[in-house]
Design a protein around this ligand. Structure first.
Ligand code: ATP
Ligand code: MG
Length: 463
């Protein structure tokens, strides 16, 4: 595009060839057509759009006829959407529409096709999402979306309370975009979000999960958690008692919720594959939720949170299940919460056992969680010493993950060798292999074929 977001002057958005072709074909057929929504927002921000949505005054029947030689997906037809598959990518063409009433605060009662772009833009959630563009008409920005992009503001189109009242999911979308884009909520939008977050319980778990997941992936997630804990509690009520739950003593400088926000913001996900990164984000988000339930004050006034690992793991599991997260995410995130504050294995045998039990990828994620957790503590000598312990563990664990032996399959002998040494086929073969593995992990035997065969000989002789 030319000219930065929010400044005057003509805007040119470079369109991918198939998108330009679709707009051109609709124009030639006598229709108005624009790219609209997220792709315009992202283009103006200099980001690569995830998908390109097109809106038009052509009805779905007209669109189908104009593109009769393209592969079409018609699952969204009654909402006005005809999806076309071009060069393997899907492009949605949607007839200008308005939503006809929201009696339940989450689903439009129906959609109504309208002839004008202006009406279609009015139904969209935020000013930055309510812009349209075509190479012939240029940028259509009726609500000051470009200025809000430049100012970094999420502002509802129209009256925020009314818009959130129609569809409570927009509340979550507002904080999600703030986290993704590093934007702030405009004042009236923020006020309405706080007022109406109690209505988030009308929204389906799946839709909430999608927004929360995107929120947590945003570079500004920590900031948004810090500011909008009460709003998120509209989806996860367990957050509420964490807000203001103080943790006096030398370790902490934040209450439980602010600690959580700082920990999420401090996560280092570099080099992790996406599924692992997702587990870690959710684990950091949920890791201390059980603290208010476990808080005790000893006779000397010291505050403890005994049992918050295990109890937190149960809460994390329940919450993720409630949000209909995948089993892998439920297990992965709650597994991390379950041991996030447990002492790390000390010494090679214990580290090898942990590698066998959890695997290297899980332990690497655990270290990342511990670093983020520690970054959200008071920064003093005691915390620094803990950080050193994690670093030392991670270094040794990474070495042993490659060079160590921590599974029966890594032994230099196998079941065949065991049977050749007088053990009859059956469960005993596995037991002998496990005994050898124990001896290797404890350093009593090297993982060396000669030495292991010798140990088997010795065992046979003793019998
Ligand atoms: P993303 O990059 O996450 O896809 P997006 O802005 O494209 O962001 P979508 O969910 O794909 O978000 O929606 C496309 C467009 O539809 C939005 O830009 C917005 O104009 C409109 N929209 C989506 N959901 C809502 C909603 N709940 N209420 C009003 N308008 C919405
Ligand atoms: Mg989109």
């Amino acid at each position: 595009m030319t000219g930065p977001a929010g400044q005057g002057g003509a805007v040119t958005i470079p369109l991918p060839a198939p998108v330009a072709m679709l707009l051109d074909t609709l124009h030639r057929a006598g229709h108005s057509a624009y790219v609209v929504g997220g792709c315009v927002r992202d283009s103006l921000l200099g980001r690569r759009p995830g998908d390109w949505d097109i809106c038009t005054d052509a009805t779905p029947d007209q669109t189908k006829a104009i593109f009769s030689d393209c592969r079409q997906i018609l699952t969204g037809e009654k909402h006005g959407t005809v999806a076309l598959v071009l060069e393997g990518a899907v492009y949605e063409i949607t007839t200008y529409r308005v939503e006809a009433g929201y009696s339940d605060g989450r689903h439009p009662d129906g959609v109504l096709f309208v002839p004008q772009l202006r009406e279609d833009l009015a139904r969209r959630d935020f000013t930055i999402n309510a812009m349209a563009y075509s190479p012939t008409a240029g940028l259509v920005d009726l609500y000051g979306g470009r200025a809000d992009l430049a100012a970094g503001l999420i502002r509802c189109v129209g009256d925020p309370a009314a818009r959130f009242g129609e569809d409570a999911l927009r509340i979550l979308r507002a904080v999600r975009f703030a986290a993704q884009l590093g934007f702030s909520l405009e004042e009236a939008t923020a006020r309405a979000a706080r007022q109406l977050c109690g209505t988030l319980n009308r929204i389906s778990a799946e839709r909430c999960f999608t927004e929360l997941d995107k929120l947590l992936s945003g570079p500004n997630a920590g900031q948004v958690l810090s500011q909008y804990g009460e709003v998120l509690a509209g989806v996860i009520p367990e957050i509420l008692p964490c807000i203001g739950c103080d943790q006096p003593g030398r370790w902490h400088c934040y209450d439980v919720w602010q600690h959580t926000a700082v920990a999420v913001g401090a996560l280092n996900l570099q080099g992790l594959e996406e599924r692992g990164a997702q587990m870690l984000r959710w684990a950091a988000f949920l890791h201390d939720l059980a603290k208010p339930l476990c808080r005790t004050v000893a006779a000397d006034g010291t505050v403890h949170f005994y049992g918050h690992n295990q109890r937190g793991a149960r809460l994390a599991r329940d919450i993720l299940r409630r949000l209909r997260a995948s089993n892998a995410l439920v297990q992965g995130a709650s597994g991390l919460v379950a041991i996030h504050d447990a002492p790390l294995p000390q010494g090679d045998p214990a580290t090898l056992r942990a590698l066998g039990q959890y695997g290297a990828a899980f332990l690497r994620r655990l270290c990342r969680l511990k670093y983020a957790d520690l970054d959200a503590h008071a920064q003093n000598g005691a915390v620094l010493a803990r950080r050193r312990e994690v670093e030392a563990f991670e270094e040794r664990m990474s070495y042993l993950a490659v060079h160590g032996c921590y599974a029966v399959g890594m032994l230099q002998v196998n079941g065949g060798d065991v049977m050749e040494h007088g053990v009859r086929p059956g469960p005993m073969v596995g037991q002998v292999l496990h005994q050898l593995l124990q001896a290797v992990m404890e350093g009593r035997l090297p993982n060396d074929r000669e030495a292991l065969l010798e140990a088997l000989d010795e065992r046979q002789r003793r019998k």
